[in-house]
Design a protein around this ligand. Structure first.
Ligand SMILES: [Zn+2]
Length: 342
């Protein structure tokens, strides 16, 4: 169990920084509720993160405030930056932490309109929509869950060279390791699960190896060639187990279906199936990673980016809660066993 896994939402809602990210995320952020941030909190978040501090809003809210995309910065922070803003009233120069925190709270306030902001100003803004990095999308999701406003202050955690660091690198700093931490896949998985009401399609699936049930999310939201898709094969009653066996298998058409000897995907799937049958219960989550690369479409999914949010949502639909709400149980990479309860 991650020692910092609990109580992410409380400090976030109070305007304190929480660390949002997973081991595979290219950028990890410090994030806090925009509606609650004040000058000292903003200063602290900036100092701890070291990188650019951005007020990030949902697509709809950004459009309401008249914030048009400036450019898509996928290279560094993966954020769609919009125009920097100031509050139209209540600030002096605009640059002090107090002034910027005021501007952030004005922009986050659902009552505010475009006329309440002036641009260009001193607060960097970004919109989080389709194509946002998972950590940024998860941070916005925390803001939605906090009940404050769909607006989040993001501080990109960067190294001395100004480049984004990984979660492992952030964790190497004691002052960051002490902060509450949310797994981006877990936060997004919970959101997906809530939105679908936990509903899944389900059918009995007898196989040569044994009896399974096949489950899929009723509203997968993003199941297609680009985003991938996910199905769970459930044997027995894993939800009743203290440590249910869960295996995430990345799809490999040539290996899984045709028994290609160029990889060991089918052998792995066979071994996993046997282990689950022997244990009497377990889940195989079969993930077809999304890809725009036609050459990768039919090959091993291992090594591809697997979005674990729908995996966790589907596990939730199977009655398996992979961790505390907003917690940071690190999702295991595809192709490995993982059990989250401990
Ligand atoms: Zn393979």
């Amino acid at each position: 169990v991650n020692r910092r896994a609990t109580a992410v939402l409380d400090p976030f809602t109070a305007g304190s920084p929480v660390l949002v990210g997973d081991p595979d995320d290219p950028v990890v952020f410090l994030a806090t509720a925009a509606a609650r941030v004040d000058g000292p909190a903003l200063e602290r978040l900036q100092e701890l993160a070291g990188g650019m501090t951005v007020l990030a809003l949902g697509d709809g809210r950004a459009a309401e405030l008249g914030l048009a995309p400036l450019r898509v910065d996928r290279g560094q922070l993966g954020l769609a930056l919009t125009a920097p803003v100031d509050a139209a009233r209540g600030i002096r120069g605009g640059w002090s932490p107090r002034d910027r925190a005021h501007t952030i709270r004005v922009a986050a306030d659902p009552q505010s309109r475009a006329a309440d902001l002036t641009l260009p100003g001193h607060v960097h803004t970004a919109r989080i929509g389709e194509g946002a990095t998972v950590a940024a999308a998860a941070a916005l999701e925390l803001a939605r869950r906090s009940g404050t406003a769909p607006a989040v202050v993001l501080g990109a955690i960067t190294g001395r060279d100004g480049r984004p660091v990984t979660l492992a690198q952030a964790d190497a700093r004691p002052e960051l390791r002490r902060l509450p931490h949310a797994s981006s896949a877990q936060v997004r998985g919970e959101a997906l699960s809530r939105r679908s009401g936990g509903r899944v399609f389900e059918c009995a699936l007898p196989t040569h190896a044994g009896d399974f049930r096949a489950l899929a999310l009723e509203d997968p939201a993003t199941a297609d060639e680009v985003h991938g898709s996910v199905v769970a094969l459930v044997h027995g009653d894993p939800a009743g187990r203290a440590r249910p066996l869960v295996h995430v298998h990345a799809a490999c058409l040539l290996g899984d279906a045709f028994g290609s000897l160029l990889c060991d995907c089918r052998a792995e799937l066979g071994a996993v199936t046997e282990a689950i049958i022997a244990a009497g219960a377990g889940v195989i989550v079969y993930v077809k990673p999304g890809t725009t690369d036609p050459k990768r479409r039919y090959h091993c999914g291992r090594g591809a980016d697997v979005d674990l949010a729908p995996v966790l949502a589907l596990l939730h639909g199977c009655g398996i809660d992979p961790g505390a709400p907003g917690g940071a149980a690190p999702p295991a990479p595809a192709g490995r066993w993982f059990t989250h309860r401990s």
